[in-house]
Design a protein around this ligand. Structure first.
Ligand SMILES: [Zn+2]
Length: 254
């Protein structure tokens, strides 16, 4: 890894890892906007390139993803080359992700929740978690991949892993208030013109923009209400919470 390519990996505070381009926009885009507004550095790693999509080519989706990233204010976004629709938790794939983790050094990683209708989403939850573990191993497996992980930058293990649970029928551990960012999040999703612009191809599978807006705003309103704010995004954490001062606990009880 030479210096020029290392500079293409700016350090990130928060890294969202997702199966498909536009997953992040739908499940935690408002959260990334909120973190960026707090001057934290955000990044997105999409694991597939969208070649199995009904509409648009992988190249089109790459351009749309970069525009969406710009609208989300993220400092870095790339896609790996895992097969769209067949994401698997293999050592080779864990090494690909661990390599990115070592270069970006995120403190927080956002993964999709581990139970999901789309098998890719469920696979990424386990794959991402195990990649975070592998990334922190000083003596990582060296025999798989074009270059051994051991030859990459220093081991790094994220401090925190949270799961974006918007699509899961599960009670969230916490909500992030995205009220000031809901329109920006919608604009980022609409960067995927090949997927969401009103058009004829695949009309039975794809819903018009107005319906997308209504659905995503309603979901955000639902989760916002759970926490006493207008719009929110839900997350699950496996750990318990830790409290310093009971009088500063948010979300009113009665
Ligand atoms: Zn997806």
């Amino acid at each position: 890894m030479n210096a020029a390519s290392e500079s293409e990996f700016p350090a990130a505070d928060v890294l969202a890892i997702a199966a498909h381009r536009d997953d992040v926009e739908q499940t935690c885009g408002g959260t990334l906007l909120r973190m960026a507004a707090r001057s934290l550095r955000t990044a997105i790693l999409d694991l597939t390139q969208g070649e199995a999509g009904t509409r648009g080519s992988a190249e089109e989706r790459a351009q749309e993803a970069q525009e969406a990233a710009r609208r989300l204010g993220v400092s870095w976004r790339q896609a790996l080359d895992l097969p769209d629709g067949a994401v698997e938790n293999t050592l080779e794939n864990r090494i690909k992700i661990a390599r990115v983790l070592r270069l970006l050094c995120p403190r927080v990683v956002i993964l999709p929740y581990w139970q999901a209708r789309h098998p890719d989403h469920a696979a990424v939850a386990a794959l991402g978690y195990e990649a975070c573990f592998l990334s922190g191993l000083a003596k990582a497996p060296a025999a798989v991949g074009p270059t051994p992980l051991a030859a990459e930058p220093a081991p790094h293990r994220p401090f925190k892993i949270v799961y974006a649970s918007l699509y899961a029928d599960v009670r969230p551990s916490f909500i992030v208030d995205i009220t000031p960012f809901i329109d920006q999040r919608h604009n980022a999703l609409m960067a995927y013109r090949s997927q969401y612009a009103n058009q004829a191809a695949g009309g039975a599978l794809f819903v018009p923009e107005e319906e997308i807006r209504e659905r995503t705003f309603a979901e955000a309103r639902h989760y916002g209400l759970l926490a006493g704010v207008r719009y929110g995004e839900p997350f699950v954490q496996k750990e318990v919470g830790l409290v310093d001062d009971l009088t500063l606990l948010p979300v009113q009880s009665i």
